[in-house]
Ligand binder design. Structure first.
Ligand SMILES: CC(C)=CCC/C(C)=C/CC/C(C)=C/COP(=O)(O)OP(=O)(O)O
Length: 316
């Protein structure tokens, strides 16, 4: 049932987009959105969500738009999704804004993406009443800074400094330009440098230290939910290290520019539903005396896990 609900979300979103032309519906939808957010807030919510925003070019082609308009539409979706996530209580969001592989695209498209990223991030934190200031969001670039042109890097560092205040309680990690293999290589190089400088001993090198030396740094929270749009069922070198432990991975067919309120809300509901079941199982298991490996009744009543990945993690 959950799956069919998710599948019908895309067509429902189309109808909603049409109705948004009427002011009465705009009011009605904003009321319904507030209600949905309020309901979501009553259940468990992922602390850290990562997004692979795929499908901008396909969207542009399908709608006979210029390529840059496809990416602009993607940026609009991003702002909307960020807002829903932060409103329901997600604290960390990581986006795949530009992969190192994306340097293989035409110079024009790379320039478009760089400019879009810089301009939209600037808009997010420009004034005291801009989104990042009001919502206490820190923007942090994760990726290989050596590959970023000097003028763009300068602007991004200004954005990072501006949003790095003691007031912030949420983070937007921007993967730019990022790949997981580069992240892991960077961590290993940093660790070897520390070893050579005598700052650490060889026996101190462990998973925790490697993680600390990754672009996200020591405070990196565990990833709970990773979403990829546009129907491709692969991770494309994103969050390979971070998604290994108890992270739900969702592949949805919707193109990123069409990924709006209902799309993200339905995935958050789904995550929350399975997390609630998982917590029930854990609390039931905690009540069972030690040294028994019998499955509990509540475990047997569980519905089958979701199709792609499960937070319920059956361990019999
Ligand atoms: C503010 C801010 C951070 C804006 C970012 C804008 C944005 C959504 C960037 C994603 C860029 C990107 C390479 C998307 C992948 O779709 P694709 O181009 O590979 O599309 P396709 O899969 O249809 O070819």
């Amino acid at each position: 049932m959950v799956v069919s609900t998710i599948l019908s979300v895309a067509s429902l979103q189309g109808i909603i987009n049409t109705l948004q032309a009427f002011p009465l519906f705009v009011y009605l939808f904003s009321f319904i959105k507030d209600l949905v957010v309020a309901v979501l807030k009553t259940g468990p919510i992922p602390r850290h969500v990562a997004l692979i925003m795929d499908g901008n070019r396909t969207y542009a082609k399908r709608n006979q738009l210029a390529l840059k308009d496809g990416h602009s539409a993607g940026a609009e979706s991003l702002l909307l999704v960020l807002d829903v996530c932060y409103r329901v209580g997600v604290l960390y969001i990581t986006i795949y804004a530009f992969s190192i592989e994306n340097f293989n695209r035409s110079l024009e498209e790379v320039d478009t993406l760089f400019g879009l990223l810089r301009d939209r991030l600037k808009l997010l934190c420009e004034n005291d009443d801009s989104y990042a200031s009001v919502n206490k969001v820190r923007i942090k670039v994760i990726g290989n800074r050596d590959m970023i042109p000097h003028d763009i890097l300068k602007d991004l560092e200004t954005i990072e400094d501006k949003t790095n205040t003691p007031m912030v309680n949420k983070v937007l990690y921007v993967g730019f330009p990022y790949t997981s293999r580069d992240d892991i290589t960077h961590s290993i190089r940093t660790t070897v440098d520390q070893l050579n400088l005598g700052e650490i001993r060889r026996d101190q090198i462990d998973l925790e230290m490697l993680q600390k030396n990754m672009y996200m740094g020591a405070d990196a929270p565990q990833l709970d939910l990773l979403v990829r749009t546009s129907g491709h069922t692969r991770l494309s070198d994103f969050m390979l290290w971070q998604c290994n432990a108890n992270c739900t991975i969702e592949f949805v067919k919707t193109l990123w520019p069409d990924f709006k309120f209902l799309s993200i809300a339905s995935l958050l509901f789904k995550w929350s539903y399975y997390k609630t079941l998982q917590l029930q199982v854990e609390s039931a298991a905690a009540e069972v005396p030690h040294n028994t490996h019998e499955p509990t009744d509540i475990f047997n009543q569980l519905p089958p896990p979701p199709p792609f990945a499960s937070v319920t993690q059956r361990q019999l």
